[in-house]
Design a protein around this ligand. Structure first.
Ligand code: G16
Length: 546
């Protein structure tokens, strides 16, 4: 076998963010840019010789070329075999499942998730370890350090692998298995949910739903599971064909980007009972009822409160975890169930240890992510099937299920305001100014009777390995339980994105019908005033509100 050793120059910007390395396609297509980062990943791994690697991506532009390059580099590094999803396609949760199932050393997932694709869009790459979960911070830091010292990479000569055709191929002494991307994932879902009940509901005339795959990776999964296996009528899955540019859209399952789905569910004469969408790589989810939106934070709380109705969670759940900016609705459920609720920094990687040692069963984030210990990633279709299974059990509407949850636990009004593509310097200045104010805020009164109880920059100590993560978001907490949180996103690729998270708790059922933005207007005013958002960014309002 000939291994080519190619001389290269390190790049200084290969620092993974919240979820892997995300950059514009243009950046990734620079000579050696992808190769350098892949070599940096491989250089941080131990026990590579003869081991198994899982490889796949969300099908976005540059996915196919990247797969062939990574296969050649994996062969040169000494992997024994690589399992590739057909067509180079694997959803993030499906990849996580395969890593666990094949006891692989890990997996490489090619995705920039919900970021736009195409030649002018973004690309991304991340490594998941043997537990199936995103590499922890210690490892991503080691990758970044390795990338800065890289002077050569190893690759075998070009030998295209026909990734569209199932089969076993040889590449310079390494085995490449091209497998069906959906079947192992479907089997896993069948082991968790009541497929007979689901099939009865989905194939009945009286239930109508749409699943929006947003021309991204979940198309093949949703067609196979919802339509073929569960008998939902053809046409239930919309935008089901994965496209390299996601049809020009943003594969971000929220009210702003899933426009067609929103209009189907919100039409005055809507006949739909249920709507859902997933993102570029299939790990996010949005849940809708008829003219009704379920916040991701509420979704986690409701799934936790009802978990025993689902076959896979019949014996109850060990605990819940949520990211810090996620609303505190799940905490109330945990308290009632007498189980722990952990608060972690933003980033699915922080749930890994808690899941691995069995401290939690369910976890989720405000950023449209929900998941459980069945894999080590958030899982869009899993969340959709969970909701469908709940509807089949309760024989009730999405709205009624959410409203009765609020009646029992109270409602956490919640919204996130994103100010996108801000100049990085301005964003950092805003955060520095906020940070400087923190010691002065406790005890301060604001607006209509709100008083700050504490203000800090969130630090997390992992209860399993003791690792400490600092500067994970500025929190302003109020005596009545309301919160304002400020963070800079770790997944954007242009300038900075300021995220402002607003939360207000309302116990009184009579006050559960307010408009969300009206209910949070006071908090938004305070956020703008304290962080001087307009002054620092020139923006009067957020670009995206979810
Ligand atoms: C990623 C992470 C999530 C995180 C989200 C938003 O999701 O996996 O844990 O909540 O980004 O992060 P940020 O607020 O830093 O932009 P995904 O779906 O993009 O992989």
């Amino acid at each position: 076998m000939t291994i080519q050793i190619i001389k290269t120059t390190p790049f200084d910007d290969q620092k993974p963010g919240t979820s892997g390395l995300r950059k514009s396609v243009k950046q990734f297509k620079k000579p050696d840019y992808l190769q350098n980062f892949v070599q940096a990943i491989f250089n941080t791994l131990e026990n590579v010789p003869g081991s198994t690697l899982i490889l796949g991506g969300d099908g976005r532009y540059f996915n196919r070329e990247a797969i062939q390059i990574i296969l050649r580099m994996a062969a040169a590094t000494g992997f024994g075999r690589v399992i590739v999803g057909q067509g180079g396609i694997l959803s993030t949760p499906a990849a996580s499942n395969l890593i666990r199932q094949y006891q692989a050393l890990g997996g490489i997932i090619l995705s920039a998730s919900h970021n736009a694709g195409g030649p002018e869009g973004d690309f991304g790459i991340k490594f998941n370890g043997a537990n199936g979960g995103p590499a922890p911070e210690s490892m991503t830091e080691a990758m970044f350090a390795a990338s800065k010292q890289l002077h050569e990479y190893r690759i075998v000569p070009i030998q295209p692998i026909p990734v569209d055709k199932l089969g076993v191929y040889q590449l310079a002494g390494m085995q490449v298995e091209v497998i069906d991307s959906v079947s192992a994932y479907q089997t896993l879902m069948e082991s968790i949910f009541d497929f007979d009940k689901l099939a009865a509901m989905l194939s009945s005339e009286s239930f109508k739903m749409r699943f929006d795959a947003m021309h991204a990776v979940t198309g093949p999964y949703a067609h196979q599971i919802l339509e073929q296996r569960l008998g939902a009528p053809e046409g239930t899955v919309i935008h089901g064909l994965p496209l390299a540019d996601f049809g020009g859209g943003h594969p971000d399952p929220n009210q702003a980007h899933a426009k067609e789905l929103m209009s189907l569910l919100y039409a005055r004469q809507s006949t739909m009972d249920f709507g859902a969408a997933s993102d570029g790589d299939g790990d996010r989810n949005m849940i809708l009822g008829k003219r009704f939106f379920v916040t991701p934070s509420d979704s986690l709380a409701i799934l936790a409160a009802n978990a025993r109705l689902i076959p896979g969670y019949r014996n109850g759940i060990a605990g819940i975890a949520r990211s810090m900016p996620t609303s505190q609705a799940p905490d109330r459920v945990a308290a009632k169930l007498g189980i722990p609720c952990f608060e972690t920094p933003t980033g699915w990687k922080f749930f890994g240890n808690l899941l691995d040692v069995g401290k939690i069963t369910l976890c989720g984030e405000e950023s449209f992510g929900t998941g459980s210990d069945h894999v080590r990633e958030k899982d869009g279709l899993w969340a959709v099937l969970f909701w469908l299974n709940l509807l089949a059990e309760k024989q009730d509407s999405v709205e009624n299920i959410v409203r009765s949850h609020w009646a029992e636990y109270g409602r956490n009004y919640y919204s996130r305001h994103d100010y996108e593509s801000i100049d990085l310097k301005d964003a950092n200045a805003l955060v520095d100014a906020l940070q400087a104010q923190l010691p002065t805020l406790a005890g301060k009164p604001f607006g209509s009777g709100l008083t700050v109880s504490a203000a800090d920059n969130f630090t997390y100590t992992d209860p399993v390995d003791g690792s400490v993560s600092k500067n994970q978001g500025i929190r302003i907490l109020f005596t009545n339980g309301s919160r304002i949180i400020f963070r800079l996103s770790g997944t954007g690729t242009q300038g900075a994105t300021l995220r402002v998270y607003l939360e207000k708790y309302e116990a009184d059922t009579a006050k559960h019908n307010q408009d969300v933005q009206e209910a949070l207007a006071d908090l938004l005013n305070i956020a703008q005033q304290v962080a001087r958002i307009t002054e620092f960014t020139g923006r009067e309002a957020a670009d995206v509100i979810t």
